[in-house]
Ligand binder design. Structure first.
Ligand code: FPP
Length: 244
């Protein structure tokens, strides 16, 4: 369990989205290479994911690498992919620990667009942790919200062409059911550190009614206390979903 006291929240978000931003600036501030920021960022992903479970959150989706991030310098992209590979190999080694902690790991994004070895590791980690149900940690890799919606539309078109569904069956639920997040509640809360206040193509369909929480802290400095601040702010929000 956690080393810090977790308040008895009246309401806890079921699904939290986290945009892990500010790694590069964190490194630059210290005169380090950007890659060092990503290494620290990856550590935070583990820490905050586990802490979220202690807080009673059932699902966290972390934005790790977008479909647009491929345009970064090759050395940086390679370093991030190497970090994923390290993380996945480690996750396979720690499968017993994840079982004990009840951590299920999944990936959102186009796996076909990443290195086949990485793809295979992702599938393996998903398979090995499938039965764990204390918390689900989704890592969005090679993910883009528009790409995700386009993929769902294409799938619906295919099913329609094959006569499996009627035009009337193409509704909001049918689209939600064909997203990576199928079956999950929409994110109640989206956290973006590092001072930016935009969604950047993250869960754009699912975030229709999400609450947002921003902070100036750079992701590698993001602490459990910051996560609690976000949960406290969420607790005070009045969610009306278009109602009065
Ligand atoms: C955004 O910060 C961060 C990324 C695009 C990469 C995030 C990747 C990780 C945290 C490592 C992934 C590994 C695991 C295992 C989760 P930025 O580089 O855009 O920062 P900046 O805005 O300060 O330049």
């Amino acid at each position: 369990m956690s080393d810090i006291i977790i308040p008895d929240f009246a309401v806890v978000p079921r699904h939290v989205g986290v945009i892990m931003d500010g790694n590069g600036r964190w490194a630059k501030k210290r005169g380090l290479e950007r890659t060092k920021g990503h290494i620290e960022g990856a550590k935070k992903f583990r820490e905050i994911g586990e802490f979220a479970a202690d807080c009673g959150v059932k699902c966290v989706t972390f934005y790790a690498f977008s479909t647009e991030n491929w345009s970064r310098p090759k050395a940086e992209v390679d370093a991030i992919m190497a970090l994923f590979a390290d993380y996945l190999t480690e996750a396979i080694d720690r499968v017993e620990e994840d079982l004990k902690k009840g951590i299920r790991i999944r990936f959102f994004g186009d796996k076909d667009g990443v290195d086949p070895r990485l793809h295979a590791l992702m599938d393996e980690v998903e398979d090995l942790t499938r039965g764990n149900d204390r918390i689900m940690l989704n890592l969005a890799v090679n993910y883009g919200g528009r790409q995700e919606i386009t993929r769902a539309a294409r799938e619906l078109a295919r099913e329609f062409a094959e006569g499996k569904i009627s035009e009337d069956a193409i509704n909001e639920q049918a689209i939600s059911d064909r997203l990576y997040s199928a079956g999950l509640p929409d994110p109640d809360l989206i956290i973006r550190p590092s001072g930016e206040q935009r969604l950047s193509n993250f869960l754009i369909w699912q975030a229709a009614y999400s609450e947002f929480w921003y902070s100036d802290v750079l992701w590698p400095d993001f602490s459990k206390e910051d996560f609690l601040e976000a949960l406290k702010a969420y607790e005070k929000r009045s969610r009306r979903f278009g109602n009065v």
